[in-house]
Each structure stands twice: as structure tokens, then as C-alpha cells.
Design a protein around this ligand. Sequence first.
Ligand code: ZN
Length: 462
Amino acid sequence: MKVTFFGAAGEVTGSAYLLETPRARLLVDFGLHQGEPEAEEHNVFPPRVEPDRLDAVLLTHAHIDHSGRLPMLAAAGYRGPIFTTPATRDLCEILLKDAAFLQSADAARAIAYRKPGEPAPKPLFDETDVELAMRLFRPVRYEEGTEVAPGITARWVDAGHILGAASIEVTVEDAGRTIVLGFSGDIGPTHQPIIRDPTPLRRADVLFLESTYGDRDHRTREATIAELESILEDCRGCKGKILIPSFAVGRTQDLIFEMGRMYRDGRLKDIPVYIDSPMAIEATELYRQHCDLFDGETREMIRSGRAPLNFPTLRFSRTGEESKRLNDMQGPVIIIAGSGMANGGRIVHHFKHNLDKPTTRVIFVGYQSQGTLGRRLVDGASMVRIHGQEVAVKATIHTLGGFSAHAGQSELVAWAMKVQPKPKRLILTHGEPKARDALRAVLRERWGVDGERPVLGETYEL
Ligand SMILES: [Zn+2]
């Protein structure tokens, strides 16, 4: 049996494992490389995958860096099943369609700027490929074993990362021997609101462990909320806008939940909150539909008649017209809009109209990659270029660290160490070298297990 790494090996994106046993071939995740300079060349379709010889795809969760190459797989002729939880399927539909739209827009822009004689760039996939892929999804239930290929059963357990996210235990029977492979997927932090905490795996002879935040712990949730409250307290009575760039899935619902709590406690009464993103609105709707996946506290709220993802001063602006109307609005008002790193989406328009006003507050609640408008603002730029126009930055910029959907180092270690007996092999993936090395050192010291560090394209015999 062997496994080949087609991404997330020494980097945080492009998660993709090809598992080959004597009787079956399957993929665990097939995500896009994002952000890094080599992303473009790494996002080719690896011929080794051989779609017509593939038995199944097992998907941990909907984020594009785990699901984004599935439309390419369908376009290349794959017609087998893609097994995942129903919530992940639903979120994939939103996220993959959006990715296809962005791909086409990028390609169109590249065509417009190409030099004479240069070949016309093509999007990696389009909406038709997404539709093809969506037809292949097969729902699985958490905790239940599902036969996914000859001699292989898989079991999804809640990873507490975003709605529907899972770690997967893959049990391979081969010539009288049973070997269990554990794929962590992305592990969420403990006590994240709305969704449940991560579930440990029951068994893993070989454990594939993510290491995104393998080198640090996050600020606590309480400290983060206290900081958010003090920023909002400062804005009370002022006329400026409070702009929060946010990812549509996960982070936005998290903010709605926390702001709802603040509203009910009487600490947000006079500041309306606008969700200015059709995708975030759709994702929030999906969260509400999958309330069976909520944690005990959130389900208790629903039972006692309170809506965890709603409050009286929360408004949704769906259309472009509704979004434009926010321009003329007097503050204080909170506007939550995509994209999370301000490299596109409606937040860019709000920046264009408001960054030059000293009354404006910008609150970043997520990681800002190199090269994005968000990163330039976090780094303290006094002037930024938006839609070809120079805009002076007079707004106050804040960064809140505790809203991560990823476990910090201590939580990753605690999750891994619940796997008993200890895995025979520990394979560290989905982390930049510094984070992965730090996690490896801690696990060696505390658990006595030596983590292996595959590189992109490498094959391991198991
Ligand atoms: Zn993720």
C-alpha cells in the first residue's frame, strides 16, 4: 500500500493524498493550491491520479484548499463517488461555484492584458465542471462506517473546524491484515462557538496530522471578544463605519453569533450590523439548516427560543443596490463583507469610499496573506491603490487574533495524543516548514513519536 502527496506537503494549501492498495485507488481531498507563488504551476492535474482508475474520493471539508480540484477531476472524466458529509456537500456547492466565477473573471482579465502572440489563459474549471462534480457527491453520516471501495471502509468524525468538517479514519483490509489510516483534515479549536469540538480518532496506525498552527497558540476567545467590545465601545456615538472583512463560511457565522450575544447582553444595541455578501448570507442560511450539527450550548439556545444566528439589528444586504445604499449611511454601523483578505468582493468598495476618513475603523479577524490589500493595510500602508485609484489610509486598523477556525499547537497536540495506542507512523502535513518542525519537536518530546515530513509529489510505502 502506498500514499502520494499532491499538496499540503510543507505548505498549508492543496491538500490531496492518493492512496493505492492492491485492490483500490482513492483520493483523500483534492484541494487547490492558493496564495503561494508556485500555486499556478502546482494546480495542474497530476497525471498519476488517473481518474478512470480511481475508485473513490473521500472529502474532509468544503474549504477550497481541500475541495478545489474536484471540478478538474470531474472534467478529466472521473465519474466515481465523492463521499462526504451532507453539510460539506452543501457548502461545496456555494464555494466551488464562487471559485469557478473567480477563475473565469481572472482568465478574462488575463486575456485583456496579454501581449500579442501569447496564448489565451484558460480558467482551471468553470461552472459546468462544478455541476459535473456536484452530481458525484454521496452523503455519509458522522461516526458510521461506510464502505467506500473494495476492502476499504471509512468513518467521518467531527473535526470542529467549519460546519460539516471531518477527520477520516480509513480502514484497509488486505490479505488478512487490517491497517487504519487516520486523516486529521483541519482540526478546529476547542470551544469554538456554534459547532461541536473536535472528536478524537479511535485508532490510527498511520496518522496524517495537519500542522497549520503547529508553532503557536492563539489568543483566547475571551480576550478577543473583550477587545472587540472595547473597539465598538469607542465607536459609540461616532459617525464612522466599522468595516470587517470576513470569510463567508465560518468566520461570518462566528461573528454573527458573538454579536448576537453582545446584543442580548445589551452591549450592541445602538449599532446595526449589515452582512453585505450574498455568499455569506447563503452560507448562514446553510448553517441554520444544519442546526443538528451545532454544539450543546447552541442547541440549548434554540430550544429556549433564542436564534443563535439572528438578532433584531442584524440586516442582510443581498443585491448590489442594497450594498450601494450603505455608502450613504451615517455611522456608527458595522459592515461585514467579503472577501476575508480584501482581495476582491464588496469590502473593496467600502474601503474605497471610507479608508480616507479618520472616523472609519477596519477590523481584521483572519489571517492576511502576502500580496493582498488586507495585508498592506495590516502592515500599515498610508496609501493603497483600489480600482486604479490612490486612496489615503486615514482609518484606524485593528487586528483581532482569536477568531481562528484552526486548533493552536496545544490543541493539536492534545487531539493527536488521544490516539491510543500510539500510531506506528506519524506524518505531518498541511503546515509551513516552521510550524511543522515546531509541532514535530513538541510531539517527539511529549509523545515520543517522530513525525515524518513528506515533500510535494513524494510517495510513501505504508
Ligand atoms: Zn479548512
